[in-house]
Design a protein around this ligand. Structure first.
Ligand code: ADP
Length: 287
């Protein structure tokens, strides 16, 4: 049983040949909406792998909120941790994609309402989980609160420090694992705590994953795949890592599993589209 506490967004994506300059309007190509938000992405990744997944999060009472709610339900994510907030828009990411550039503005909307009070109200979900998975697209106070509750019940916590901001000491100390990508890890070493290293699982894109065993760094190379879209690779990695650890796998084994799941996810376009099932990962790891 996995509990994700995090963001839920609708990604609004326009593709264009030309980026508009300041004050300019251009005609673009296509428009599409994709379910997103790191919290929701990681919850979907974990649910596809067959885990019982709950998400604690917030949605507006608008069209996107309804669509995302139905989408998560269809992905078998359990929604008893969702709060619907009136008069607040659902979180959106407004994305402009051209061939060699992308520009993104996130309007967090309802995600700001994932408050410590909401987390507190849902503490039973955390208590009855085997692992908790956090990212930083909700208020940091709520991350602190979640870690505190999980620690109180001895439930392990994975903190994916993305998008990066400096972590409160209580979060670093209370986390069981921290899963930065290389850029986030570089920012983190500046705040290095004593036993930080032991908790680090650093994803390095096509270079694989580094983690520590008995004080020694181990590098697990990435699988060679035909990469089409690496958006959501980190989210798949985190969701899969949570499932593997919740299923009782050893760390090294869990990292290998997540590395395989993330490799499969980059072979398809779209953050959630390529997230694999348990059978797909097992078959892939056998070959
Ligand atoms: P993020 O998406 O958060 O920046 P990374 O780019 O580090 O995270 O990717 C997360 C994980 O996804 C990597 O550690 C690796 O397991 C897998 N991955 C990413 N890119 C590739 C790739 N080109 N080929 C194979 N695996 C990949």
């Amino acid at each position: 049983r996995v509990c994700v506490v995090g963001s839920i967004n609708m990604d609004l994506t326009v593709t264009t040949q030309v980026m508009p300059q300041q004050g300019e309007t251009v005609l673009g190509d296509d428009f599409a909406t994709y379910p997103g938000g790191k919290g929701a992405n990681q919850a979907v990744a974990a649910a596809r792998l067959g885990a019982e997944v709950h998400i604690i999060g917030a949605l507006g009472e608008d069209v996107f909120g309804k669509t995302l709610y139905d989408h998560l339900k269809q992905e078998s994510v359990l929604l008893d941790g969702i709060k619907k907030i009136a008069d607040t828009p659902t979180g959106v990411a407004s994305i402009i994609l051209s061939e060699n550039d992308n520009r993104i503005i996130v309007a967090p909307g309802a995600n700001v309402q994932v408050t410590p009070e909401l987390v507190e109200a849902k503490r039973d979900i955390i208590k009855s989980s085997n692992i908790v998975l956090l990212q930083l697209e909700i208020p940091i106070k709520s991350v602190v609160k979640t870690v505190e509750i999980a620690n109180a019940y001895g439930v392990p916590v994975i903190v994916n420090p993305a998008p990066y901001q400096q972590l409160p000491v209580s979060v670093v100390n209370g986390a069981t694992f921290l899963t930065p990508n290389e850029i986030e890890a570089a920012a983190m070493t500046k705040v290095a705590a004593m036993d930080l290293q032991q908790k680090l699982i650093v994803t390095k894109g096509s270079a694989g994953v580094a983690f520590y065993r008995n004080g020694k760094e181990e590098l697990v190379p990435a699988f060679t795949v035909n990469a089409k879209d690496t958006t959501g690779a980190g989210d798949t990695f985190n969701g899969a890592l949570a499932v593997a650890l919740a299923n009782g796998r050893e760390l090294a084994d869990a990292v290998l599993f997540a590395n395989g799941a993330a490799a499969l996810s980059v072979t398809k376009i779209g953050a959630q589209a390529g997230m694999p099932s348990m059978t797909e990962v097992e078959d892939f790891l056998k070959t």
